[in-house]
Write a protein that binds this ligand. Structure first.
Ligand SMILES: C[S@@+](CC[C@H](N)C(=O)[O-])C[C@H]1O[C@@H](n2cnc3c(N)ncnc32)[C@H](O)[C@@H]1O
Length: 201
Protein backbone atom coordinates (compact mmCIF):
# COMPACT_ATOMS: atom_id res chain seq x y z
CA UNK A 1 0.00 0.00 0.00
CA UNK A 2 1.32 3.46 -0.93
CA UNK A 3 2.01 5.89 1.90
CA UNK A 4 3.22 9.46 2.19
CA UNK A 5 5.23 10.88 5.09
CA UNK A 6 5.20 14.58 5.97
CA UNK A 7 5.95 16.52 9.17
CA UNK A 8 5.85 13.56 11.61
CA UNK A 9 2.80 11.93 9.99
CA UNK A 10 2.64 8.86 7.73
CA UNK A 11 -0.60 8.57 5.75
CA UNK A 12 -1.90 5.60 3.78
CA UNK A 13 -3.22 6.52 0.33
CA UNK A 14 -6.16 5.01 -1.56
CA UNK A 15 -6.85 4.76 -5.29
CA UNK A 16 -10.40 6.16 -4.94
CA UNK A 17 -9.35 9.14 -2.81
CA UNK A 18 -7.55 12.40 -3.58
CA UNK A 19 -3.76 12.01 -3.41
CA UNK A 20 -2.30 14.78 -1.25
CA UNK A 21 -0.77 17.43 -3.53
CA UNK A 22 0.59 21.01 -3.33
CA UNK A 23 -2.79 22.30 -2.10
CA UNK A 24 -2.86 19.73 0.72
CA UNK A 25 0.72 20.58 1.78
CA UNK A 26 0.04 24.33 1.77
CA UNK A 27 -3.12 23.96 3.86
CA UNK A 28 -1.49 21.50 6.27
CA UNK A 29 1.45 23.88 6.85
CA UNK A 30 -0.88 26.85 7.38
CA UNK A 31 -3.10 24.83 9.71
CA UNK A 32 -0.12 23.81 11.87
CA UNK A 33 1.13 27.39 11.98
CA UNK A 34 -2.22 28.96 12.89
CA UNK A 35 -3.67 26.39 15.31
CA UNK A 36 -3.07 26.51 19.06
CA UNK A 37 -2.85 23.41 21.25
CA UNK A 38 -6.24 22.63 22.77
CA UNK A 39 -8.24 23.92 19.77
CA UNK A 40 -11.41 22.20 18.62
CA UNK A 41 -10.87 21.55 14.90
CA UNK A 42 -13.21 20.46 12.12
CA UNK A 43 -11.91 19.48 8.70
CA UNK A 44 -14.50 19.32 5.92
CA UNK A 45 -13.62 16.98 3.02
CA UNK A 46 -10.68 15.29 4.69
CA UNK A 47 -9.92 12.88 1.81
CA UNK A 48 -7.21 10.48 2.99
CA UNK A 49 -7.05 12.46 6.24
CA UNK A 50 -3.72 14.02 5.26
CA UNK A 51 -4.24 17.59 6.54
CA UNK A 52 -5.87 16.39 9.77
CA UNK A 53 -3.16 13.79 10.38
CA UNK A 54 -0.37 16.34 9.86
CA UNK A 55 -2.12 18.81 12.16
CA UNK A 56 -2.61 16.16 14.85
CA UNK A 57 1.00 15.02 14.57
CA UNK A 58 2.17 18.57 15.30
CA UNK A 59 -0.50 20.08 17.57
CA UNK A 60 -2.46 18.72 20.49
CA UNK A 61 -5.97 19.32 19.12
CA UNK A 62 -9.41 17.81 19.43
CA UNK A 63 -10.24 17.01 15.81
CA UNK A 64 -13.14 15.60 13.83
CA UNK A 65 -13.60 15.51 10.05
CA UNK A 66 -16.31 14.97 7.48
CA UNK A 67 -16.06 13.44 4.02
CA UNK A 68 -18.66 12.62 1.35
CA UNK A 69 -16.63 9.95 -0.51
CA UNK A 70 -17.05 6.63 1.38
CA UNK A 71 -13.68 5.29 0.15
CA UNK A 72 -11.92 8.42 1.40
CA UNK A 73 -13.81 8.28 4.72
CA UNK A 74 -12.57 4.69 5.25
CA UNK A 75 -9.04 5.64 4.24
CA UNK A 76 -9.00 8.59 6.67
CA UNK A 77 -10.29 6.31 9.45
CA UNK A 78 -7.48 3.87 8.69
CA UNK A 79 -5.16 6.85 9.19
CA UNK A 80 -6.57 7.39 12.68
CA UNK A 81 -8.89 10.31 11.91
CA UNK A 82 -12.40 10.42 13.37
CA UNK A 83 -14.59 10.91 10.30
CA UNK A 84 -18.31 11.35 9.77
CA UNK A 85 -19.27 10.28 6.26
CA UNK A 86 -21.64 13.06 5.31
CA UNK A 87 -22.30 16.02 3.02
CA UNK A 88 -20.39 19.02 4.45
CA UNK A 89 -21.73 19.68 7.99
CA UNK A 90 -24.91 17.59 7.73
CA UNK A 91 -23.94 14.70 10.04
CA UNK A 92 -22.52 16.81 12.87
CA UNK A 93 -24.29 16.93 16.19
CA UNK A 94 -26.38 20.09 16.71
CA UNK A 95 -24.54 22.56 18.91
CA UNK A 96 -21.10 21.24 17.95
CA UNK A 97 -18.80 24.25 17.56
CA UNK A 98 -15.16 24.60 16.58
CA UNK A 99 -12.28 27.04 16.98
CA UNK A 100 -10.93 26.23 13.51
CA UNK A 101 -12.72 24.89 10.43
CA UNK A 102 -10.42 23.77 7.59
CA UNK A 103 -11.42 23.01 3.99
CA UNK A 104 -9.47 22.18 0.85
CA UNK A 105 -12.53 22.12 -1.43
CA UNK A 106 -13.07 20.89 -4.95
CA UNK A 107 -12.17 24.25 -6.54
CA UNK A 108 -11.66 23.61 -10.25
CA UNK A 109 -14.09 25.11 -12.76
CA UNK A 110 -15.53 21.93 -14.30
CA UNK A 111 -17.81 21.39 -17.30
CA UNK A 112 -19.96 18.27 -17.85
CA UNK A 113 -17.24 16.79 -20.14
CA UNK A 114 -14.51 17.36 -17.56
CA UNK A 115 -16.17 15.38 -14.77
CA UNK A 116 -14.28 12.25 -13.69
CA UNK A 117 -16.16 8.99 -13.05
CA UNK A 118 -17.16 7.85 -9.57
CA UNK A 119 -16.67 9.36 -6.12
CA UNK A 120 -13.33 10.92 -7.05
CA UNK A 121 -15.21 13.62 -8.97
CA UNK A 122 -16.04 15.19 -5.59
CA UNK A 123 -12.35 15.95 -5.11
CA UNK A 124 -12.13 18.20 -8.17
CA UNK A 125 -15.51 19.38 -9.42
CA UNK A 126 -16.21 22.92 -8.28
CA UNK A 127 -19.02 23.43 -10.79
CA UNK A 128 -18.87 25.81 -13.74
CA UNK A 129 -17.08 28.64 -11.89
CA UNK A 130 -15.22 26.45 -9.37
CA UNK A 131 -17.14 27.93 -6.44
CA UNK A 132 -20.12 25.58 -5.93
CA UNK A 133 -18.74 23.67 -2.94
CA UNK A 134 -17.22 26.85 -1.48
CA UNK A 135 -20.64 28.55 -1.60
CA UNK A 136 -22.35 25.63 0.19
CA UNK A 137 -19.54 25.62 2.77
CA UNK A 138 -19.76 29.37 3.45
CA UNK A 139 -23.54 29.23 3.87
CA UNK A 140 -23.14 26.92 6.87
CA UNK A 141 -19.65 27.49 8.31
CA UNK A 142 -20.46 30.34 10.70
CA UNK A 143 -23.13 28.24 12.46
CA UNK A 144 -20.34 25.87 13.56
CA UNK A 145 -17.73 28.46 14.57
CA UNK A 146 -17.00 29.32 18.19
CA UNK A 147 -16.82 33.06 19.01
CA UNK A 148 -13.44 34.30 17.72
CA UNK A 149 -13.07 31.12 15.65
CA UNK A 150 -11.50 30.99 12.21
CA UNK A 151 -12.01 29.33 8.85
CA UNK A 152 -8.98 28.27 6.80
CA UNK A 153 -9.93 27.79 3.16
CA UNK A 154 -7.62 26.71 0.35
CA UNK A 155 -8.42 28.30 -3.03
CA UNK A 156 -6.77 28.73 -6.41
CA UNK A 157 -6.40 31.58 -8.87
CA UNK A 158 -8.50 29.33 -11.17
CA UNK A 159 -11.37 29.65 -8.65
CA UNK A 160 -11.09 33.45 -8.46
CA UNK A 161 -9.34 34.55 -5.27
CA UNK A 162 -10.94 38.02 -5.30
CA UNK A 163 -14.40 36.58 -5.94
CA UNK A 164 -14.15 34.10 -3.06
CA UNK A 165 -12.86 36.74 -0.63
CA UNK A 166 -15.74 39.02 -1.68
CA UNK A 167 -18.23 36.23 -1.03
CA UNK A 168 -16.68 35.61 2.40
CA UNK A 169 -16.68 39.30 3.27
CA UNK A 170 -20.32 39.52 2.15
CA UNK A 171 -21.09 36.90 4.82
CA UNK A 172 -19.40 39.06 7.47
CA UNK A 173 -15.95 37.43 7.53
CA UNK A 174 -12.71 39.42 7.68
CA UNK A 175 -10.24 37.69 5.36
CA UNK A 176 -6.44 37.48 5.10
CA UNK A 177 -4.19 35.48 2.82
CA UNK A 178 -1.83 33.65 5.15
CA UNK A 179 0.00 31.32 2.73
CA UNK A 180 0.53 31.07 -1.03
CA UNK A 181 2.35 28.91 -3.57
CA UNK A 182 2.93 29.26 -7.30
CA UNK A 183 2.23 26.11 -9.28
CA UNK A 184 2.58 25.62 -13.06
CA UNK A 185 -1.01 26.59 -13.97
CA UNK A 186 -2.28 28.39 -10.90
CA UNK A 187 -1.53 30.21 -7.69
CA UNK A 188 -2.77 28.52 -4.52
CA UNK A 189 -3.60 30.51 -1.41
CA UNK A 190 -4.92 29.85 2.07
CA UNK A 191 -7.54 32.37 3.18
CA UNK A 192 -7.90 32.72 6.93
CA UNK A 193 -11.24 34.25 7.87
CA UNK A 194 -12.74 35.24 11.18
CA UNK A 195 -15.99 36.75 12.32
CA UNK A 196 -15.45 38.70 15.51
CA UNK A 197 -19.09 39.53 16.23
CA UNK A 198 -20.18 35.93 15.84
CA UNK A 199 -23.11 34.83 18.06
CA UNK A 200 -23.37 38.34 19.54
CA UNK A 201 -26.21 39.47 17.23
C1 LIG B 1 -9.33 18.66 -3.04
S1 LIG B 1 -9.85 17.27 -2.12
C2 LIG B 1 -8.92 17.54 -0.60
C3 LIG B 1 -8.71 16.29 0.22
C4 LIG B 1 -7.84 16.50 1.46
N1 LIG B 1 -8.48 17.39 2.40
C5 LIG B 1 -6.50 17.03 1.08
O1 LIG B 1 -6.27 18.24 1.27
O2 LIG B 1 -5.65 16.25 0.60
C6 LIG B 1 -11.54 17.71 -1.66
C7 LIG B 1 -12.20 16.71 -0.72
O3 LIG B 1 -13.50 17.19 -0.33
C8 LIG B 1 -14.43 16.12 -0.40
N2 LIG B 1 -15.76 16.72 -0.61
C9 LIG B 1 -16.24 17.32 -1.73
N3 LIG B 1 -17.50 17.73 -1.55
C10 LIG B 1 -17.83 17.38 -0.28
C11 LIG B 1 -19.02 17.55 0.50
N4 LIG B 1 -20.12 18.12 -0.02
N5 LIG B 1 -19.02 17.08 1.77
C12 LIG B 1 -17.91 16.48 2.29
N6 LIG B 1 -16.77 16.29 1.59
C13 LIG B 1 -16.72 16.74 0.33
C14 LIG B 1 -13.95 15.29 -1.58
O4 LIG B 1 -14.49 13.99 -1.60
C15 LIG B 1 -12.44 15.34 -1.37
O5 LIG B 1 -12.01 14.32 -0.51
Amino acid sequence: MATISYRNATIKLDENSYDPAEDSFLLADAAVEHTKDGSRVLEIGTGTGFVSAVLRANRNVNLIATEINPHAASCARSNGIEVIRTDMFAGLRKGNIFDIIIFNPPYLPTSEEEKVPGWLNYAFDGGIDGRDAIGSFLNKACSYLAPGGTVMLLISSLTGIGEVRKEMEGQGFQTDIVASARCPFEELVVVKASMHNLHKK
